[in-house]
Write a protein that binds this ligand. Structure first.
Ligand code: GRF
Length: 203
């Protein structure tokens, strides 16, 4: 399966996906990295791994629609089977999501449905949570509310700050996203009628 990864920042999840996909038995290849910032740190890292990169600065386009249309044009050339959002900080339009419905994954740094949106670690600490974690889900038109593919939990330690908790969650993100992508690329988990459905694949 051909995968395009979308980033906005450092791309540590993209790196984790690229490293996992480099294994011969992994059912997907990362064929390109797309960024909505020309200075996204992950672009250099992707290039260093020999992965083609494409960046689209929002300010170069007259509108959100034109910006996204440029990205879609590139995707039409790349023809990905799966899109992985990884630290991508821009909402996709309903038209984009419908076009790729069931084939877009995102990783969110909380145990959804708890704490959709931003500042998830501070909110978990403020709520007195004793566990936190990450969620890989299919992307739907709502924000952070698509069917869940995989989750991982970590303890919240006394004295944790948002940064210390974020670091602990990021570590399990890097294991959880490749595992989730493998399940989807192998067809073991599919989005059907708005739900993530597991299929035991006959060997
Ligand atoms: C991570 O917390 C991820 O869960 C969120 O963006 C943050 C940075 O991700 N989506 P990355 O290092 O850019 O992959």
């Amino acid at each position: 399966k051909k995968v395009v990864v979308f980033i906005s920042g450092g791309g540590s999840n993209m790196i984790a996906l690229a490293k996992a996909a480099a294994a011969a038995d992994f059912p997907a290849d990362i064929i390109a990295v797309v960024a909505d910032k020309v200075d996204a740190g992950g672009l250099d890292k992707a290039a260093g791994l020999g992965i083609p990169t494409f960046s689209f600065a929002r300010r170069d386009f007259a509108s959100k629609e034109a910006h996204e249309a440029a990205i879609v044009d590139e995707l039409d050339r790349l023809q990905p089977d799966i899109i992985c959002l990884a630290g991508y900080m821009r909402l996709l339009s309903a038209a984009f999501i419908q076009r790729y419905e069931g084939r877009i994954l995102n990783i969110h740094p909380s145990l959804l449905p708890l704490f959709p949106g931003l500042h998830t670690h501070q909110r978990a600490i403020d709520a007195g949570m004793r566990i936190a974690g990450c969620t890989v889900h299919f992307v739907t038109e709502g924000m952070d509310d698509g069917p869940i593919v995989a989750q991982a939990a970590v303890p919240v330690m006394s004295g944790d700050t948002a940064d210390s908790l974020a670091a602990r969650v990021l570590t399990v993100e890097h294991a959880t996203y490749p595992m989730a992508l493998r399940l989807v690329a192998e067809g073991k988990v599919r989005m059907e009628a708005g739900r993530a459905v597991s299929h035991a694949i006959r060997e």
